[in-house]
Write a protein that binds this ligand. Structure first.
Ligand SMILES: [Zn+2]
Length: 241
């Protein structure tokens, strides 16, 4: 795997230890072009960066060394981790994103991403349940990598988590229990930014983030049966990942 270098000076001065790296966060750049994306990721004015950038031809660029904290996740939570920059590797995929014309990721781009993730997972002993999208860890602010990102394909390559719904038992709940159980499941999986016992208008964000990742055909923000079942499957089998 060839990795080229375009260094960004946007990182924290303090060096971190290998064992501090627990999470991989996958992003899309969401900019008009590759050039614009790179310019932004190296410009000190914007204070953003990532460890790796993968373009649509599958070229991988290292922008910040793994042992430095890059600035890609922002305000974020996953499981008991808060503000994930310090404990994660950030990977950006070139894609115009929802704002400028969301594209399918190219197969070579995904292939290189998976190769890179497998390498990082092994090197830093990262759990599959800690390979996440930006929207998973910042659901109120972010949509990337979005509903076109093929998490199932990653799982087939032993990266991240996925589900099988066909074997799940019939689940019947009264509406309120249904909701509470759903959020309990989300919490177990690692999602934050909601309360288990109190519903709020902002609940639509974690629901959509969950759907964007696991039920991309239906990013409705409503907890239907299938959405619930998926959450149930994942929450009950998390020890396996
Ligand atoms: Zn992002």
């Amino acid at each position: 795997m060839t990795i080229k270098t375009i260094y960004s000076s946007n990182f924290s001065k303090k060096t971190r230890k290998f064992k501090d790296i627990k999470i991989i966060v996958i992003h899309y750049t969401g900019m008009q072009s590759k050039i614009v994306s790179i310019k932004r990721l190296v410009n000190p004015r914007f204070k953003v960066s990532c460890h790796y950038l993968i373009d649509r031809k599958g070229l991988i660029f290292r922008m910040v060394e793994d042992n430095k904290v890059a600035w890609h996740a922002g305000k974020s939570k996953w499981k008991n981790f808060v503000n994930l920059n310090k404990c994660s590797i950030g990977i950006e995929l070139i894609n115009k994103g929802h704002k400028f014309g969301y594209e399918k990721f190219t197969s070579i781009q995904l292939k290189r991403l998976m190769q890179l993730c497998l390498k990082l997972k092994k090197k830093y002993k990262i759990k599959n349940s800690n390979i996440v999208g930006h929207s998973d860890v910042a659901p109120q602010r972010k949509k990337d990598p979005g509903e076109k990102f093929p998490w199932k394909k990653l799982k087939n390559n032993n990266l991240g988590i996925w589900y099988k719904v066909q074997n799940s038992k019939k689940i019947e709940f009264k509406n309120k229990d249904f909701q509470k159980q759903f959020f309990r499941n989300l919490y177990k999986i690692g999602y934050r930014y909601f309360e288990i016992n109190r519903r709020s208008k902002k609940d639509v964000f974690p629901i959509k983030a969950f759907q964007r990742r696991f039920y991309p055909q239906n990013v409705s923000g409503k907890i239907d049966k299938k959405t619930f079942k998926i959450s149930h499957f994942l929450a009950s089998r998390l020890n396996l990942s």
